[in-house]
Write a protein that binds this ligand. Structure first.
Ligand code: ATR
Length: 272
């Protein structure tokens, strides 16, 4: 029987992860299957246990289970402990569950793929929820000159910046305290989902700046549309999705898939 993997979420029907991992498996010749499983909202731990009992070796975890997955792990990576969330589960040979988060490194790899310079960059991060908590450690590890976290609820941005202050130059505040220019602005709010735009000043971007939205869709998000209108280069989160998947695949199979062809296939699928 092939080794079994899955992505847990609720809802999960539209997940692109099965397609991405099928492409990675084919490319690397790994004998594995990867399915999407809708876990019950009140029993994520039970869903993981059942999957393991049926031969499951590892899983991705998406909304709304990343914090619950974090809590059930026997051991955690350092970056998962920082993030307080887990998007990758791995069953060890000893039967223990190991948890990691690959979202942040996925973002950094995608920025590198697009040749966005991070070392010495002035970075603005919008939002202070779970998604942003997951990217701050890998971002700070790239040695930017500063990271400013801005959030609708200023106190959450301040608290988050404090949590990561030992890792590099980071501070936080409300949207009204945002003062550019920035070389990179990352939208990690869920505002794009409802077609909303955080209130931002017009002179946010430095010359040659990049605007990155962790969301993606067939059309540019409102944030990217707004940023491109102000001269920034816009990049959506499709590549981050593929790169975090590649990193999970590497954890499970110790093989690093090539991501370019999978990015292209996913983009084509979106545009169909
Ligand atoms: P996620 O796991 O996606 O990060 P979350 O933890 O619920 O989800 O965080 C959502 C983030 O999007 C928060 O930073 C939230 O701001 P608040 O902390 O003030 O709630 C932000 N957000 C959601 N809708 C927004 C909107 N319409 N405008 C600006 N920020 C918004």
């Amino acid at each position: 029987m092939n080794d079994r993997y899955c992505v847990f979420g609720n809802p999960i029907a539209h997940s692109k992860s099965p397609m991405i991992h099928a492409a990675f498996a084919e490319q690397t010749g790994e004998a594995m299957e990867y399915t999407a499983i809708e876990a019950p909202l009140n029993d994520f731990a039970g869903a993981w246990e059942r999957f393991v009992a049926e031969g499951g070796r590892g899983a991705n975890v998406t909304v709304p289970f990343k914090e619950e997955a974090f809590r059930l792990c026997d051991t955690l990576s350092r970056r998962a402990r920082r993030a307080g969330a887990v998007n990758t589960l791995l069953l060890g040979k000893n039967g223990l569950t190991y948890g990691d988060t690959t979202d942040g490194v996925g973002l950094v790899r995608d920025l590198q793929y697009h040749e966005v310079g991070l070392g010495g960059a002035r970075i603005l991060v919008l939002g202070a929820g779970g998604a942003v908590r997951g990217i701050l450690e890998p971002l700070l590890a790239m040695q930017p000159s500063s990271v400013h976290v801005a959030n609708r609820t200023a106190s959450k941005a301040l608290a988050l910046a404090e949590d990561f202050a030992d890792l590099g130059p980071i501070d936080g505040g409300g949207f009204d305290a945002v003062a550019g220019p920035f070389d990179l602005v990352i939208n990690g709010t869920s505002a794009s989902l409802s077609g909303e735009l955080p209130p931002l000043p017009d002179d946010l971007f430095s010359r040659g700046a990049c605007a990155y939205d962790m969301m993606y869709g067939a059309e540019p998000t409102v944030f990217l549309h707004w940023a491109e209108g102000r001269g920034a280069r816009g990049i959506d989160g499709l590549g981050m999705l593929v790169e975090q998947a590649a990193e999970s695949f590497f954890l499970w199979r110790n093989r690093r898939p090539e991501t370019g062809s999978v990015r292209a296939a996913l983009r084509n699928l979106l545009l169909e």
